[in-house]
Design a protein around this ligand. Structure first.
Ligand code: HEM
Ligand code: NAG
Length: 319
């Protein structure tokens, strides 16, 4: 009997060890004694920001993606350039595009006021992302915490690890595979484009004959505010149907050839992801569940834990 219990205890301990080794030391209750209110603070600050501008949920979600795909979810995207430090903000996918930094700063200030030098910027971004999605009607999920902030950034990584609006399906699949995310994860995560806005310069060729797999009525609608020359930064919703609702309309758009970017429509163009896109287009709950699972996976990409990195006091600069 005693032998059985010890054995059981050891195997449970081993299981726990293996589970934590899978993504560093992240745990759901990481701040439960050091900053018990962090989740409440982040949630209410995001509620405020999203009430003021619904798009902010999208902008923060994209920041998290661009953070996690470059050396893991370590808050590196938040670092400002200085004369002696080159960050990721000037990289092609981020320059004049990544936004929401002021909201992260505001949340960080509130969290610092409650718990000094305790909660990392990387964790704040992970929580703010989850809350933004949920505030626009999307799923919620448990965010494991304990990420620490990088003392470095990678401009090269930001330029080479992130897909672009002209990427084809095989490029999308391989860039996500390079991060340990499979094609299903990629297709579910792309559903993030059910919210937010994109610039004319990134879909101009698609709506002007560059792509044939586009709904003509949709192309004409987009051409109204995206001229052939000029207006590079004019915005259009990524989801033509419900741009501030986190739902499965993105996939319905793809089935109707109304994806905004070439890269979006690649997910439904006679290739390997067609059947999954069709499934998500008719089953919003299935999409929501798969999106949440894939977000957890993406959020656990090579975090800095333990004594690695630091807890930045100001998300824009290393301590
Ligand atoms: C699959 C490959 C992807 C490509 C090629 C891509 C590309 C883009 C581009 C070009 C924009 C518009 C940027 C601008 O006009 O300034 C954008 C916006 C956005 N992306 Fe992606 N993206 C991809 C995947 C993702 C993923 C995985 C997420 C999150 C999980 C995401 C979240 C967003 C959001 C929310 C916006 C709107 C941001 C805003 O309104 O500020 N994207 N994406
Ligand atoms: C194109 O999209 C419109 C809605 O924007 C829809 O009414 C129409 O049926 C679509 N056309 C085709 C050929 O799918």
């Amino acid at each position: 009997m005693a032998f059985f219990s010890i054995n059981r205890f050891l195997s449970l301990a081993l299981l726990a060890l293996l589970a934590s080794a899978a993504h560093g030391q992240l745990s759901a209750n990481f701040y439960s004694s050091t900053c018990p209110n962090v989740q409440t603070i982040v949630r209410s600050a995001m509620a405020q920001a999203v009430a003021k501008e619904p798009r902010m949920a999208a902008s923060i979600l994209r920041l998290f993606f661009h953070d996690c795909f470059v050396n893991g979810c370590d808050g590196s995207i938040l670092l400002d350039d200085t004369p002696t430090f080159t960050g990721e903000k000037s990289a092609g996918p981020n320059a004049n595009s990544a936004r929401g930094f002021e909201v992260i700063d505001a949340i960080k200030a509130k969290v610092e006021a409650a718990c000094k030098a305790t909660v990392s910027c990387a964790d704040i971004l992970a929580l703010a992302t989850r809350d933004g999605v949920n505030l626009l009607g999307g799923p919620s999920w448990t965010v494991k915490l304990g990420r620490r902030d990088a003392r470095t950034a990678s401009l090269n990584g930001a330029n080479s690890n992130l897909p672009g609006p002209g990427s084809d399906l095989s490029t999308l699949i391989s860039m996500f595979a390079a991060k340990g995310l499979n094609a299903r994860d990629m297709t579910a995560l792309s559903g993030a484009h059910t919210i937010g806005q994109g610039q004319c310069q990134f879909f101009r060729s698609r709506i002007n004959g560059g792509d044939t797999n586009i709904n003509a009525t949709f192309a004409a609608l987009r051409r109204k505010t995206c001229p052939r020359t000029g207006g590079d930064r004019n915005l259009a919703p990524l989801d033509v149907q419900t741009p501030v609702k986190f739902d499965n309309a993105y996939y319905q758009n793809l089935v109707g050839q109304r994806g905004l970017f070439h890269s979006d429509q690649e997910l439904f163009n006679g290739g390997s992801q067609d059947s999954l896109v069709k499934q998500y287009s008719t089953n919003g709950a299935k999409f929501a569940g798969d999106f949440a699972k894939a977000m957890i996976k993406m959020g656990n990409l090579s975090p800095l834990t333990g004594k690695n990195g630091e807890v930045r006091l100001n998300c824009r600069k290393i301590n």
